[in-house]
Design a protein around this ligand. Sequence first.
Ligand code: CP
Length: 324
Amino acid sequence: KRHLISAADLTRDDAVLVLDTAEEMARVADRPIKKLPTLRGRTIVNLFFEDSTRTRISFEAAAKRLSADVINFSAKGSSVSKGESLKDTALTLEAMGADAVVIRHPASGAPYRLANSGWIDSTVVNAGDGTHEHPTQALLDAFTLRRRLVGRDAGMGKGLDGRRVTIVGDVLHSRVARSNVLLLHTLGAEVTLVAPPTLVPVGVESWPCEVSYDLDAVLPKSDAVMMLRVQRERMNAAFFPTEREYSRRYGLNGHRMAKMPGEAIVMHPGPMVRGMEITAEVADSDRCTAVEQVANGVSARMAVLYLLLGGSEPAISTTRTEEN
Ligand code: CP
């Protein structure tokens, strides 16, 4: 069985293959009929124990564009509220014939548990687990970066060597930041994290990136600046930063954006909190790729599902379970 649990599962060749395949998938979206027959007869379950707009909808769109059957499961309104466990929920879905389970869960490690427990025989794709990882977000971000900084055609077969990416904000609670640091480093980019000292994870010294506390000093040396949401839902209320203080030091406004090189882009994985980490002026500017990232997410997730379930290309060498 092949799974995608962590961005660390991907070698450079794997990651470039996903990005190249995503580029091919994006061409499907330009056609009058936006469908490929590749996964006809396969069933993909979207198993969401935590809220999502972009990831859930784009996995659904990606699976449908590959002609798979899609079952959407949301923990809200399900028997999870009656105390049903992850194991029993997963067994129920597998009994309905799932070939792949796309899982989002508030507990870090839940997708790994599902992939390696022996409970089910399906391919598992991590759609975001707690504060741990969000590997398909990192892939769609890398795809967006390669298109913008290297070029749509010029980027084929290439990584992001020497491109300077700054990730700003609540790194402590961000699975997006962790997956991006791992994947962007694999692809040759130079990553800098900028965060308040209270929102930097313990052990960050071992991450393959630099850490700075001075956003204004880093902006002129950035080819892309990725803003993160402050995840209040994962914080003790006593530690909430005030909007005014946070945005003054770590928010991106028009004045700050002007310090970036002319071609540099602003990224945001969404959901954005306008006025906190990003002003409306920046979010709505043509340098901000947030909406483009959502569109690219469908292509990147089509590539992942295709390579894991149906592709004839060499495998994505992801985590393998023991044969049951
Ligand atoms: N970027 C992201 O994961 O957004 P959702 O939480 O809406 O899926």
